[in-house]
Design a protein around this ligand. Structure first.
Ligand code: MTE
Ligand code: MO
Length: 203
């Protein structure tokens, strides 16, 4: 992952300073961070597939997926490279709404999110059903840019942001845990910011 942004991007005098998880600083603006390149995506033809331990495997175009019931949730966002953002209003399809459409089987326990260019990240099914988890394409009333994951990204605010998969192409429901892209490369499987679960050697 790229190095943290320069010191001048930190706002140590922020009124949100007391809300920062340990080791984090508040970013000015919204940094862009990902491995590889932002893909060119057409939301009319790009599909998002849901498969695995589900009773109703589904392939939506992204445009169809966006016809599911929508909601807005406010949450914070914490990157393991130490920047945080507060009070983001995300508009989109609640994760629990999408998963309800797929109908996970009784054996389902984990989800692998698949993003463009082979990115993956794993999340317990319970965590995907939290009411603050959302497949989103708008932040604070504006469409997000392709760099930030348009036409569709996940936001999973209670975990470090590498679990918030950009350019989502698949929701794989699993009956056991399996590590995703960063989880296989030295990052923590659970990734809770409050206890600084940054690296796999802490597990
Ligand atoms: N598909 C994909 N999603 C991804 C990543 C990535 O490399 N590929 N990087 C993650 C990381 S490490 C972070 S911090 C957030 C950053 O989101 P942002 O660029 O919108 O700030 O996206 C996450 N989602
Ligand atoms: Mo990150």
């Amino acid at each position: 992952m790229p190095a943290p942004t320069a010191r001048s991007d930190h706002d140590v005098t922020s009124p949100n300073a007391h809300r920062l998880p340990p080791g984090q600083y508040e970013a000015r603006g919204w940094p862009v961070l990902h491995f590889g390149h932002a893909p060119a995506v057409d939301e009319r033809t790009q599909t998002i597939r849901g498969w695995g331990a589900v009773e109703n495997p589904t392939a939506w175009t992204i445009a169809e997926f966006k016809q599911l019931p929508t909601t807005t949730v406010r949450s914070d966002f914490h990157c393991v490279t130490k920047w945080s953002m507060f009070d983001n209003d995300w508009f989109g399809v609640a994760s629990r709404t999408a998963l309800a459409a797929l109908r996970p089987t009784a054996e389902a326990s984990h989800v692998m999110l698949h993003g463009a260019e082979g990115y993956t990240t794993n999340v317990p099914l319970d965590a995907m059903l939290d009411d603050d988890v959302i497949f989103t394409w708008r932040r604070d009333g504006e469409d997000i840019t392709v760099e930030h994951g348009w036409p569709l990204r996940l936001v999973l605010p209670k975990r470090y942001a590498w679990k918030s998969c950009k350019w989502v192409t698949g929701i794989e429901v699993m009956t056991a845990d399996r590590r995703g892209f960063w989880e296989e490369r030295g990052y923590h499987n659970d990734a809770f910011p409050e206890t600084e679960q940054r690296y796999s050697y802490q597990e």
